[in-house]
Design a protein around this ligand. Structure first.
Ligand code: EPU
Length: 421
């Protein structure tokens, strides 16, 4: 398995182009199940999760052509109805086919995703919403077996007990072809939800309110295929913003909008990092030591859980005590032990990590159990003394397109090596 070798100490400078958003591309690709014909998606990042989604769609009978930055999908008259365990276990987001399949053909058999490294991550809210829309759902042998008597979902009022991103996306897709109006209350407001609504509306759906906590969808008889370029990845951008600051660098994070990163920008500025909108992107410059800053994760527009690990690496370089509280996932501190092995001084008290800084991080061999934790270790490696070896790079490959090339382009001493794990 591949590893990253990083020699810390270089300052990041220059411009980095941000790729398309993974978490927008995944639901959008699944939404292509909803319309017969040929759809084209542009600005799609080349990532392992995209390849897995392509495999899943092919398994469902679609034709999928992947080329750099572009995915062309042909959806025929008849499609399959099952998402097998083998694909779902590789990527939980496979559950995003459930809503489109039920909407399009009134039946679906989707493996239950189960927990993952960061938490239990149930999908009860997805199922509760689909049941409210008339689906009959049984859980059998690890699968969600769902069917719609009469074949067509009906509009309903769905109240989410908690904010769920993919839950909102699944229900929004399901409602596009339902009979009548669906209203989603306590919906997720993430930019990726808005982007999915934008694409569905281009396909002929009637969705209002995406980006707010109340979304209404008027069901249509059918949708059309679409040609669409996907928004930039705010989490990739945020990761480069933190990396730039941590190394004392000055970087233009290009192609992303500051509106999607307000909460991150506010905390970075509080920490003493210069963050400014600049033509087509965001300019970030930083100089350690930083000002100790507390963050607590929350659904959008709050501080994203997907940026928590990276921010914690930055706080290792701040004067004094800062706290990082994780409110979304119950087990998202797997990077703490590894950062401590690199010389960080972080204690965990329940859902709060207490970071004591500043410390001089030291290079070490480290590995992480999820994508964003791996990103925080890369950032730590960029500032650490000596060589850091990041194992299990496949986590990074799920969500960061060509990360080592992009960082090397900014001046980092980083390379990918083949290795045994
Ligand atoms: N939850 C439930 N029941 C549900 C759904 C969610 O209890 O039916 C709980 C979850 O266990 C969690 C919280 O609600 O505690 C929020 O989970 P959510 O459903 O919003 O997460 P998700 O949709 O599975 C997406 C992103 C994640 C990101 C979270 C939170 C995609 C494909 N994934 O996951 O991205 O962390 O929202 O913003 O959009 C990543 O990219 O590294 C990543 C993990």
């Amino acid at each position: 398995m591949d590893r990253l070798h990083i020699v810390g100490g270089n300052t990041l400078r220059g411009t980095v182009r941000i790729s398309g958003a993974k978490n927008a591309a995944l639901p959008i690709l699944c939404a292509s199940l909803l319309a017969r014909g040929d759809s084209v998606f542009r600005n799609v990042p080349e990532l392992r999760d995209i390849a897995t989604t392509a495999k899943l769609l092919e398994h469902l009978g679609l034709t999928v052509e992947l080329s750099p930055g572009c995915v062309a999908v042909h959806t025929g008259d008849s499609i399959g109805d099952d998402a097998p365990y083998d694909l779902v276990r590789q990527m939980r987001a496979s559950v995003l086919v459930l809503g489109p399949l039920l909407a399009r053909q009134g039946r679906a058999r989707v493996s239950l995703p189960g927990g993952c490294a960061i938490g239990a991550r149930p999908i009860d809210q997805h199922l509760q919403g689909l049941r409210a829309m008339g689906a009959e759902i049984a859980l059998e042998h690890g699968y969600v077996e769902a069917r719609v008597p009469g074949g067509r979902l009906r509009g309903a009022e769905v109240h989410f007990d908690m904010v769920t991103v993919t839950g909102t996306e699944n229900l929004m897709c399901a409602a596009t072809l339902a009979r009548g109006r669906t209203t989603l209350f306590n919906a997720a407001r993430e930019p990726e939800v808005e982007e999915l609504a934008r694409v569905l509306n281009k396909m002929g759906a009637r969705i209002e309110g995406a980006g707010t906590s109340m979304i209404t969808i008027e069901g249509r008889a059918e949708l059309q295929p679409v040609d669409h370029a996907i928004i930039a990845d705010r989490i990739e951008a945020g990761t480069f913003m933190v990396a730039a600051a941590a190394t004392g660098g000055d970087v233009l994070v290009d192609g992303v909008t500051l509106e999607h990163l307000e909460a991150v920008a506010i905390r970075l500025r509080q920490a003493g990092v210069h963050v400014e909108r600049e033509a087509g992107g965001i300019r970030v410059a930083g100089k350690p030591p930083f000002v100790a800053t507390d963050v607590s994760t929350a659904p959008h527009p709050g501080f994203p859980t997907d940026m928590q690990a990276q921010f914690m690496a930055l706080m290792c370089l701040a004067n004094g005590r800062s706290t990082v509280t994780e409110t979304i996932f119950e087990n998202r501190f797997m990077h703490v032990g590894e950062l401590n092995r690199m010389g960080a001084q972080i204690d965990v008290d329940g859902r709060t990590a207490i970071v004591h800084g500043p410390v001089r991080l030291q290079g070490a061999s480290v590995m992480a159990t999820d994508l964003r934790a791996s990103a925080s270790l890369v950032i730590a490696g960029l500032v650490a003394e000596g060589r850091t070896e990041v194992l299990r790079v496949y986590h990074l490959d799920r969500g960061y397109e060509h990360i080592e090339q992009k960082l090397a382009g900014l001046g980092a001493d980083i390379r990918r090596v083949q290795g045994e794990d």
